[in-house]
Design a binder for this molecule. Structure first.
Ligand SMILES: Nc1ncnc2c1ncn2[C@@H]1O[C@H](COP(=O)(O)OP(=O)(O)OP(=O)(O)O)[C@@H](O)[C@H]1O
Ligand SMILES: [Mg+2]
Length: 302
């Protein structure tokens, strides 16, 4: 028997370890149309605890549409969406959050001038004292925020500093630690490294791994196959609204993943075109045969 308790956001926390082979979130032939536009169709995806599932794809491939369905912002119009094996249809992000599905958007919802600890508890402040004398428990919030950030290995000099003074990477890390603290089981990150430099990206990747090690199922959206391959356990590549590759780490190499992302045939055509332009060095690009060669692991894998 399991005793259930609820996290601060009402997410159900289970005392028993989650089953490794049962996905928390699953999409089966899911799709979404915006009026006449079919943004996504036939998408299969499984998100397991303690794994990083990477969703890659070019601009307009349908990545944001996919996470909007899972995070409760939009509803799917085809196929099935299951959480813990049960078909669901969220009408608000709150419902997703109540199931433990937290999303960290690129334009983080923070108040730049408020201290770090205040942002950590934004919307879910700790209070003390009986009503009507209830007031914010500032000491406890500061202490908890400090402890939670440290638990994730994030050390900030001063939690009193406005969150706006932190770097983009640090802010992402605070958002990740916050989701973990509030009982997230699935953490969705929409292109967290897109606007970051090499070093800061590395820091964010480290905390993605830390969230995974704490048992969360992480959905990592990115354009960058190198970032994906550094932390990913599973890779799904979207192309024009469909899943063109679904492979686990041992089924695909970084080269193959990069090739899929680049769109081998298109890159080969581009290389040919560029070679006609003076002053462009195409020597560094892979050979055309390599670019167009079929990738063995792209089919029949789930
Ligand atoms: N609200 C909307 N109404 C109509 N069409 C939409 C809407 N949102 C997205 N689309 C269309 O759906 C397709 C997929 O868009 P989506 O934003 O999911 O792509 P993406 O992979 O996130 O791209 P990017 O890398 O640029 O963020 C695009 O063709 C887009 O024009
Ligand atoms: Mg997007």
């Amino acid at each position: 028997m399991t005793t259930e308790k609820t996290g601060t956001h009402g997410a159900v926390l289970q005392d028993k370890a989650p089953e490794k082979d049962a996905p928390i979130v699953e999409l089966r032939a899911a799709g979404k149309s915006y009026g006449n536009i079919r943004a996504l169709h036939g998408v299969d995806l499984k998100v397991f605890p303690s794994q990083v599932t990477c969703v890659l794809g070019d601009n307009g491939a349908g990545k944001s549409t996919l996470i909007k369905i899972i995070s409760g912002l939009h509803q799917h119009t085809e196929g099935e969406f299951l959480v813990d094996g049960e078909a669901v249809r969220f009408s608000t992000p709150r419902e997703a959050l109540d199931k433990g599905i937290a999303t960290v958007y690129q334009d983080l919802a923070v108040v730049p001038l408020m201290p770090v600890w205040r942002n950590f508890f934004l919307g879910s402040e700790m209070t003390k004292g009986p009503w009507p004398l209830r007031r914010l428990d500032i000491e406890k919030m500061k202490k908890t925020a400090d402890q939670e950030l440290r638990n994730m290995g994030i050390v900030l000099d001063d939690l009193e500093q406005p969150i706006g003074t932190l770097s983009g990477g640090q802010r992402q890390c605070v958002a990740i630690a916050r989701a973990v603290y509030f009982g997230a089981r699935v953490l969705i990150l929409d292109e967290p490294t897109a606007a970051l430099g090499v070093k800061q990206s590395g820091v964010v990747l480290k905390y993605i791994a830390a969230a995974r090690d704490r048992g969360l199922g992480v959905i990592f959206i990115t354009h960058n196959p190198h970032h994906a391959y550094m932390v990913g356990d599973h890779f799904s590549v979207l192309r024009l609204g469909t899943m063109e590759l679904n492979a686990s780490r041992d089924e695909v190499s970084l080269e193959e993943l990069t090739n899929h992302m680049a769109g081998g045939t298109e890159l080969a055509a581009l290389k040919h075109e560029l070679s006609q332009v003076r002053g462009v060095d195409v020597e560094e690009l892979p050979e055309e045969e390599d670019l167009t060669a079929p990738v063995a692991s792209s089919e029949g894998k789930s």
